[in-house]
Write a protein of this length. Structure first.
Length: 357
């Protein structure tokens, strides 16, 4: 099978560590490897190197090519600018279709955390078997809490099995719920977190893009005809300048008349969407006062704080609780940990006055 690592996002949720020039997937925040490298290591459990593709924005191509373990084993496709996941998936599908239009492809974000890589690989392999029939497959994550920050997938009855794993008919995608709805979803057992992971063949997804997003499909045909030509760069730039920016969820999954099948996944997943989410993810590293300290920092009579110190300064905390402190040398963030989702407001503000975005 093939695999596509979608690494084109810019991301602002980990400011000031993440910037337009250094997005989340190129940060070392879950281990001593970047999130992209962690994703690549998982992908290698089920896809050979010559069938791994990475899609990255042109502004970050140099970052990707400079990472250890990322080249020359994976093919790199460059987008002139971001147009969300429908364009990213379509671009990689036209390239892979030239090699084998009927072999399953796993499309994976580059910035997720997975605790059990072996279980992850087994689930992807089972999903690939189901996708060989031409089905549209997605993974839904078994919820562990009433999460209001994720979209959900409502599932129906079991529709079959692949490699001894059951899969279910998708009823609908559900927007991020309020607390009351999230509690109902957790108790009811029919709702799964939307992982943003999809598996289908190139033929299947290109047919769906033709049916659901004809303007995008027309642009992809133009790009396809230019592959191998000297004007490829000019053509893809021209197409990307005019195509719609839309996710595969909204563009295809919510519009398709074809059945969508869902595998339940339970491999310790997180989209690591905020400093608070990262703090909770690294619980095993807390000190006796539930502080998580990454870098050079000292805490006295302080509890439940997250310090991410990446400068030459020593960060010191005294008598404070539930803060996130991020020091990158040229910027310092101090915020309540439970407000860390809001740090994405700063890059837009700072664009008007400095280069800290």
């Amino acid at each position: 099978m093939f695999a596509v690592i979608m690494a084109g996002g810019s991301g602002t949720r980990f400011w000031p560590a993440s910037r337009e020039s250094l997005p989340k997937q190129f940060l070392r925040i879950t281990s001593d490897r970047t999130m992209f490298e962690e994703t690549l290591a998982r992908v290698r459990l089920f896809a050979p190197d010559d069938r791994i593709y990475s899609v990255v924005g042109s502004a970050h191509a140099e970052l990707l090519s400079g990472l250890r373990n990322s080249r020359p084993t994976s093919h790199i496709l460059t987008e002139p600018f971001g147009r969300n996941t429908a364009a990213c998936i379509g671009l990689s599908a036209i390239h892979i279709s030239r090699r084998d239009p009927d072999e399953p492809i796993a499309f994976l974000p580059a910035d997720h955390f997975v605790a059990d890589a072996e279980c992850f690989a087994r689930t992807i392999q089972a999903a690939a078997e189901a996708a060989r029939s031409g089905a549209i497959i997605t993974l839904g994550i078994k919820p562990t809490r009433p999460e209001t920050g994720y979209g959900y997938i409502e599932i129906g009855a079991e529709a079959g099995r692949a490699l001894d794993q059951p899969y279910f008919r998708m009823e609908r995608f559900v927007e991020k719920p309020n607390q009351e709805a999230a509690l109902r979803y957790l108790a009811g057992g029919r709702h799964l977190w939307n992982s943003g992971i999809f598996i289908f063949t190139a033929r299947t997804i290109l047919n769906e893009l033709n049916n659901c997003l004809p303007a995008l499909n027309e642009g992809l045909r133009e790009i396809d005809s230019a592959i191998g030509r000297t004007d490829y760069s000019e053509v893809i730039t021209s197409v990307y300048e005019r195509i719609q920016s839309i996710s595969i969820d909204y563009g295809v999954m919510e519009r398709t008349s074809s059945p969508v099948l869902v595998f339940k996944a339970d491999f310790g997943w997180s989209d690591v969407g905020s400093w608070q989410a990262l703090y909770e993810l690294r619980k095993a590293e807390y000190d006796e006062q539930d502080n998580l300290i990454v870098g050079d920092a000292l805490a006295i009579e302080s509890k439940g704080n997250f310090v991410y110190a990446q400068s030459k300064r020593v960060v010191t905390l005294l008598g404070v609780e539930n803060l996130v402190v991020v020091d990158t040398g040229d910027a310092v963030l101090i915020a309540r940990l439970d407000r860390s989702q809001d740090v994405k407001k700063f890059p837009e503000m700072l664009k008007k006055r400095s280069d800290l975005a």
